[in-house]
Design a protein around this ligand. Structure first.
Ligand SMILES: Cc1cc2nc3c(=O)[nH]c(=O)nc-3n(C[C@H](O)[C@H](O)[C@H](O)COP(=O)(O)OP(=O)(O)OC[C@H]3O[C@@H](n4cnc5c(N)ncnc54)[C@H](O)[C@@H]3O)c2cc1C
Length: 385
């Protein structure tokens, strides 16, 4: 096994989080030697691509004040920082189901007025898209979609400009303590011999793969739930093509623009989750998805959604996005999406980080800002900045 020179930081996982954190370490913390490790052949190709592309503004979380509130704070920052990736030119509707909804239209409207989110009754023309016997009320709100291919483009150019070394097709398999206040990371590059690389800090940003490490990695203290999910990629009929629609909050489905493909994603609370399990180190979520028969449930999704939104029956199925969704077990009930940010005491210098949604990046960077990342090869003038 070969060994390469000492790095200031190794970031494992080239999704949006790993990429943004690597850029942060190089640019804001002045680290000279930062390497980003990614098992796939390109950046942002897993959960950061295979998701519903919603830039949350809180409306999704009427039962989790903190998540709704944080989304409200983060959305304007996200729009400012990634303007080229944000699609705003569509009409966004939230509709409240009459039956089996965990919120009423009144509660929904009051909650969002209280947190200062834009909310108004939809026009009669927009309301006429819905079946009135099943839908209590339809609201016009402000919510956007992101184009993950634009985020990937941003990531690649920022990483290159800030001098971060990118290693694709390389899986990190173990993280271990080493005597000289550093960490040893074992890498398995595709088709090559294993190698070892050392760093003062390791940032484990592997989302579904957070607990898939040998060596001294202790696992996260926070329990995680893994879920194989399917979102259908559809071409909407003209009546729906400029809309994003979410029906709350029991019978829960979404039809959202997916800017990366110029299509819409369709998700349904009953049919999108195919399979779930409590995360454990012996079950590799990526392997589990690779071995999973991807039989689409699009027919059932569309049949049910068509009862609420008849024009969806005129949509055309193109493809499905299957991905493992990882959430904190404690948030199964309230749909909250806080971040996971753990410093591993028995593996000093190693952090595990998971953002439940894309805009949580600000919560993560805020946390990192308070960390004393000493011992990296930072020049004194940069330290003073
Ligand atoms: C179905 C679904 C719908 C969603 N909808 C939304 C939404 O509408 N809006 C929103 O904001 N968020 C949404 N999310 C959540 C969002 O996708 C995630 O919060 C975000 O993508 C997490 O980014 P990440 O970089 O942590 O994960 P990823 O993009 O998955 O990055 C992790 C990377 O680590 C790599 N990796 C894993 N293990 C290793 C290893 N051992 N060695 C090297 N590389 C490794 C993986 O290949 C991957 O590229 C959704 C997620 C899913 C699954």
């Amino acid at each position: 096994m070969s060994t390469t020179n000492m790095q200031d930081a190794i970031v494992i996982g080239g999704g949006f989080y790993g990429a943004a954190i690597a850029v942060y370490l190089a640019r804001q913390r002045g680290m000279k030697q930062v390497t980003l490790i990614e098992r796939e052949s390109s950046l942002l190709s897993r959960a950061s691509y295979n998701n519903q592309a919603r830039v949350h503004n809180g409306y999704h979380y009427p039962r989790s004040f903190t998540t709704a509130y944080r989304s409200r704070i983060n959305l304007p920052k996200f729009v400012q920082d990634w303007p080229e990736a944000v699609k705003q030119d569509f009409t966004k509707l939230y509709a409240i189901a009459r039956r089996n909804s965990k919120v009423t239209a009144n509660q929904f409207e009051r909650f969002y007025r209280e947190i200062g989110a834009k909310i108004e009754l939809a026009s009669p023309a927009l309301r006429s898209l819905f079946e009135p016997r099943l839908i209590e009320e339809v609201f016009l709100v402000e919510e956007y979609a992101f184009d993950s291919t634009q985020l990937a483009r941003w990531a690649l150019s920022e990483l290159q400009e800030s001098g971060v070394r990118i290693r694709l097709n390389t899986q990190a398999i173990a993280i271990a303590n080493s005597p000289n206040q550093s960490l040893n990371i074992t890498l398995a590059p595709e088709g090559k011999d294993r190698e070892q690389i050392s760093a003062r800090y390791v940032f484990n940003c592997t989302y579904s793969g957070l607990n898939q490490f040998g060596g001294d990695f202790p696992g996260t203290r926070t329990a995680l739930k893994q879920e194989i999910t399917e979102m259908a990629l559809m071409r909407m009929p003209p009546a729906l093509s400029d809309l994003g629609i979410t029906v709350m909050d029991g019978p829960f489905f979404s039809v959202m623009p997916f800017p990366a493909r110029g299509l819409h994603t369709v998700s349904h609370v009953r049919y999108t989750p195919h399979l779930h399990w409590a995360d454990d180190p012996n079950t590799n979520p990526y392997q589990k998805l690779d071995g999973y028969q991807r039989d689409t449930r699009v027919d059932r999704m569309i049949r049910d959604i068509g009862r609420y939104l008849p024009s969806v029956l005129g949509s055309e199925y193109i493809d499905s996005l299957f991905e493992v969704k990882t959430i904190l077990s404690k948030n199964e009930g309230d749909d909250g999406r806080p971040i996971l940010f753990e410093k591993h005491e028995t593996l000093p210098g190693c952090y595990s980080i998971l953002g439940g949604k894309i805009d949580n990046i600000y919560d993560v960077l805020e946390k990192l800002e308070t960390e004393n990342l000493s011992g990296a090869q930072i020049t004194s003038s940069e330290q003073a900045q």
